[in-house]
Design a protein around this ligand. Structure first.
Ligand code: IPE
Ligand code: IPE
Ligand code: MG
Length: 239
């Protein structure tokens, strides 16, 4: 089977990785950024055109203030430190999630990353930040109602295709493969619309231990799956 064209990753287990080593959770998040760097490079080398990473969920605000601020700081650090290399490697950076309520410096950095890399075509790195699928769908519905009110869309024109155009992921392909590390087997409000037919691969390792080898392992599991999209596998039709 073909390689996945879009891999989405729920980078989970930083806290437990740190706890297992007697370190503060912040150390786990820092190690998580290293794993992200390696994963982006590996996906680029493997010519995976789309990689989406869940970096901060709309529910992660409920964590202690100091942890939220560590995570915000790490995003800034990642963009400041890695943007030049990403750009050099032809990576286009895109951001999904609600940007309205983010601090001004973060908003500006995210925008800078998107604008600088807009014309790049080697690979797309989508950062899900302050992202929640229910929030995304509700915001899409809000935009749709506005469009209808302004006469740009009639009720009969609302289809999965037209609706999709209002999501943050408009014009992005759906993920073929979703990987979640840390052994948890749930989506935690990640891309609920877009994962309708994604293959889900749950891996026991904590995110900071994820690397090139683990990415290859997940792709191999994906490749052995039989995707039917509600149909039947061609060789079974005659049976
Ligand atoms: C993932 O690791 C990072 C984010 C959610 C931002 P966690 O911080 O959730 O780590 P665990 O799940 O507590 O181990
Ligand atoms: C999902 O992980 C969010 C990110 C990886 C950014 P969480 O650790 O927040 O999810 P739950 O709380 O275990 O469901
Ligand atoms: Mg977690």
């Amino acid at each position: 089977m073909a390689k996945p064209a879009h891999i989405a990753i729920i980078m989970d287990g930083n806290g437990r990785w740190a706890k297992a080593r007697g370190l503060p959770r912040a150390a786990g998040h820092r190690a998580g950024v290293e794993a992200l760097r390696e994963t982006v490079r590996a996906a680029g080398d493997m010519r995976i055109p789309w990689l989406t990473v869940y970096a901060f969920s709309s529910e992660n605000w409920s964590r202690p203030k100091s942890e939220v601020s560590d995570l915000m700081g790490l995003l800034k650090l990642f963009i400041r430190r890695d943007l030049a290399e990403l750009h050099q490697n032809g990576v286009r950076v895109l951001v999904i999630g609600d940007r309205e309520n983010l601090a001004r410096d973060i908003k500006l950095l995210l925008e800078e990353a998107e604008v600088l890399t807009e014309a790049n075509t080697s690979m797309n790195l989508v950062i899900a930040f302050n992202y929640g699928a229910r929030d995304e769908i509700a915001r899409a519905a809000r935009k749709l109602v506005r469009a209808a009110r302004e006469g740009r869309l009639a009720p009969d024109q609302v289809t999965p295709e037209t609706f999709e155009a209002f999501l943050d992921t408009a014009a992005m392909p759906d993920p073929d493969l979703v990987i979640r590390t840390s052994g948890e087997q749930r989506l935690s409000n990640f891309l609920l619309w877009q994962t309708a037919y994604s293959e889900l691969v749950f891996m026991p390792c904590y995110w900071p231990d994820f690397d090139r080898r683990k990415l290859v392992e997940a792709i191999e599991i994906f490749s052995a799956r039989d995707r039917r999209f509600g149909g039947v596998t061609p060789q079974d039709v005659a049976l």
